[in-house]
Design a protein around this ligand. Structure first.
Ligand SMILES: *Cc1c(COP(=O)(O)O)cnc(C)c1O
Length: 415
């Protein structure tokens, strides 16, 4: 019989756009004893998690709770619960995750219209607004922070127009939540999906979402109609039914709300992790956390440019928690990543599609977003590039980053 080794994963410095390093307090929380999912101790934990999510999402929405599954389960739950076959959905695409919104909407039977823009940039909000007026969709789905290109789309103007025209606005804030402001109510976002394994620094496995009463009304209109009967609008049983059972938000909210109706078995240990992760985020303070993400981003950018490399993408719309770097001519990007991993224990990311082999992506998210990690990755990357025969500086990268931390960066006093 085979004897398998005891599990002993290496301690890594994870500087990717997720999954990132997890706060040890979250890992400890996940090892606590399991509670039953209707145990009052557990349901009170659920209520407090919802309250913390409202703070994180800057919303008064009652419905702010996690869907079990990775972040895309939250995206899919919102879209499958809102889209009925034939509905028109507009998706502005500026990177890989925009295409995911297109694909999921199409699987839900939507008539998808998409507008796209060059990768490495975002839309001028007016372009999206023009498309909204032209196509008059039922729903607009858009990514807030595109991890594939390191870009962030501003949403407030689009939100206002959608609200005026009674169009639903669904936002993928998986990469941004907990690292930069996501102002659900102030920006008129109807449904927002976040991620755990990025700036919240909780392992992957849940998708915290929030949605308002405009969304809830749609869900209620799709509740199952009894066989043989018709609803007030004349729809027959099954006609409007949400196609997924697992991801049916009208059923999930009945478990998270006072009705406490049984649905699937809650991922209780995962909820311990999310609870502890949210507690740590709010304890740090949202403003302080956003500022920490900004400072480490500035230091990383200064270091990258200080060693002589160039940054990819439009810097005026740069996503604070992902920094994309042009791979220098003649350098094998994968060989550099391998040496970083095996000699320094550091993981950085490559990219997808048209950017594959052209850029590296360095994440500064959540618990991984620390001064020691930024300095470590800069020193290591410089050394590895020199080993690869690339003429970068020797020691300048770390010095440039230290200048930023000392308040001497290009952008003036930061710390
Ligand atoms: C990571 C990410 C996702 C997908 O998350 P999974 O947890 O892998 O399902 C979706 N959207 C964005 C913007 C992301 O960065």
């Amino acid at each position: 019989m085979a004897v398998y080794k005891e599990l002993s994963p290496s301690l890594r410095t994870i500087m990717t756009p997720g999954p990132v390093e997890v706060d040890p307090r979250v890992l400890r929380a996940m090892s606590f004893p399991v509670l039953g999912q209707f145990d009052p101790e557990f349901t009170s934990l659920m209520n407090n998690t919802m309250a913390m999510l409202r703070e994180l999402y800057m919303t008064s929405n009652v419905w702010s709770y996690p869907v079990d599954g990775t972040s895309r389960s939250g995206i899919e739950a919102v879209l499958v619960s809102l889209i009925q076959p034939g509905d028109k959905v507009l998706v502005p695409v500026y990177g890989r995750f925009g295409h995911l919104l297109v694909e999921i909407s199409e699987r839900c039977g939507a008539e998808v219209v998409f507008v796209d823009t060059e990768w490495g940039k975002v839309f001028d909000p007016e372009e999206i607004i023009k498309a909204i007026h032209l196509h008059k969709p039922k729903l607009v789905a858009v990514v807030h922070g595109e991890t594939s290109t390191g870009q962030m789309q501003s949403l407030a103007d689009v939100g206002k127009v959608c609200r005026e025209l009674d169009i639903l606005l669904v936002v993928d804030a998986v990469a941004t939540i907990g690292g930069t402001p996501v102002e659900t109510d102030a920006w008129y976002l109807d449904a927002v999906i976040g991620g755990t394994q990025k700036c919240l620094s909780v392992p992957s496995g849940m998708a915290p979402i929030t949605y308002n009463n405009r969304v809830e009304q749609q869900l209620m209109s799709r509740k199952t109609i009894e066989r043989g009967l018709r609803d007030a609008d004349g729809a027959r049983a099954g006609e409007r039914t949400i196609a997924s059972n697992y991801l049916d938000l009208s059923q999930l909210q009945d478990y998270w709300g006072p009705a406490r109706l049984n649905h699937h078995t809650e991922a209780t240990s995962m909820l311990y992790g999310l609870y502890e992760g949210l507690r740590i985020v709010l304890r740090e303070g949202l403003e302080a956390r956003y500022q920490r993400h900004r400072i480490n981003e500035q230091a990383l950018m200064a270091g990258i440019e200080g060693m002589g490399l160039s940054l990819y993408g439009d810097l005026s719309s740069k996503l604070p928690m992902v920094t994309c770097i042009h791979i220098p001519q003649g350098i094998d990007g994968e060989s550099v990543r391998n040496m970083l991993l095996y000699d320094f224990g550091i993981e950085i990311a490559s990219s997808f599609g048209p950017l594959k082999g052209k850029i590296w992506r360095i994440g500064t998210m959540g618990f991984s977003c620390q001064r020691k990690n930024v300095l470590h990755v800069l020193g290591a990357l410089e050394a590895v590039l020199r080993r690869h025969g690339c003429s970068v500086s020797s020691g300048e990268a770390v010095q440039a980053a230290l200048d930023v931390y000392a308040g001497k960066g290009k952008e003036g006093v930061l710390c």
